[in-house]
Design a protein. Structure first.
Length: 283
């Protein structure tokens, strides 16, 4: 049992779990717009997400690397370094346009952890944290796969991009609630600025807005609409259950798992519709 707990801890702390969530959201975009992407893109997105998150969590700012750097973080650093080497290998197989767009989002990730202005990084700039993460996730999971597929970035794609960023903002609320006791007041996170109950209400309003935006698209899928509805309900439920004092892995495992379950549900409904399984339900 102890071995399983250690394995789960490593799985979450090494960012494998969050990287799979990023891949799941990318796959949802591919299925929504029914585009074809190179197989290597999946490895590229996974390794980029894992390397980016571990860079933020385990690689200290360049000015703070010293002999007293924690041993555990050194171990994770070498794991991240290996993943980064894999990312470099896959990168040589990607198009110049994909690499350029990825580099733009990568630079945001770099300055999220390293000083940008007056010895401050983007993470500590008041109120920016959640929006920086939402921008990067939206770009990686919507814009990059569409560019890799050489598809048109039409209005429907941009609506999905905005929806995705708003979804990430809501997904981050349980994390920000969890970290309220340790986050510096200068961060001015959403819960710090408006309070616990109001931020949950804000999250609920954003979920309604996200679902409502789906009806602005010129071409939609029943499978996507239904799966999005279930996903927003599930996220809303976890949002209600979120507290400042959470059980281990409530946010980092269960909340972060939602994109994977959304993908599975989307695939099941899409295949069911194709096979006529839901014909009697009028779908």
């Amino acid at each position: 049992m102890e071995a399983l707990r250690r394995l789960l801890a490593y799985y979450v702390e090494s960012s494998i779990h969050v990287a799979l969530s990023v891949v799941a959201l990318t796959a949802i975009t591919v299925l929504e717009f029914e585009v074809v992407v190179p197989q290597r893109l999946w490895f590229f997105v996974f390794l980029a997400a894992l390397s980016g998150y571990n860079f933020i969590k385990y690689v200290p700012p360049i000015t703070k690397i010293n002999a007293e750097w924690h041993v555990a973080k050194k171990t994770m650093f070498w794991f991240t370094a290996l993943c980064f080497l894999g990312l470099l290998y896959v990168s040589f197989q990607m198009t110049a346009t994909v690499l350029f767009i990825t580099a733009l989002f990568g630079s945001v990730t770099f300055f999220y952890a390293n000083p940008l202005i007056r010895h401050k990084n983007l993470r500590v700039m008041a109120g920016l944290k959640v929006f920086v993460v939402a921008l990067v996730w939206g770009g990686v999971t919507v814009i990059i796969p569409m560019i890799a597929a050489k598809a048109e970035l039409n209005m429907d794609v941009w609506i999905t991009f905005v929806q995705r960023m708003l979804l990430v903002v809501v997904l981050m609320i349980p994390f920000e609630l969890r970290d309220m006791s340790v986050d510096a007041l200068s961060l001015k996170t959403l819960p710090q600025q408006i309070g616990v109950r109001p931020v949950k209400i804000l999250g609920g309003v954003l979920l309604v807005l996200i679902f409502g935006m789906e009806f602005l698209k010129t071409a939609g899928q029943t499978a996507y609409l239904v799966s999005l509805f279930v996903f927003t309900l599930a996220l809303g439920g976890l949002l209600i259950l979120s507290k400042t004092k959470q059980k281990p892995y409530f946010a980092s495992f269960w909340v972060e798992s939602l994109p994977v379950y959304w993908l599975l549900l989307f695939v099941v409904i899409k295949e069911g519709l194709r096979m006529g399984v839901f014909a009697n339900l009028g779908l």
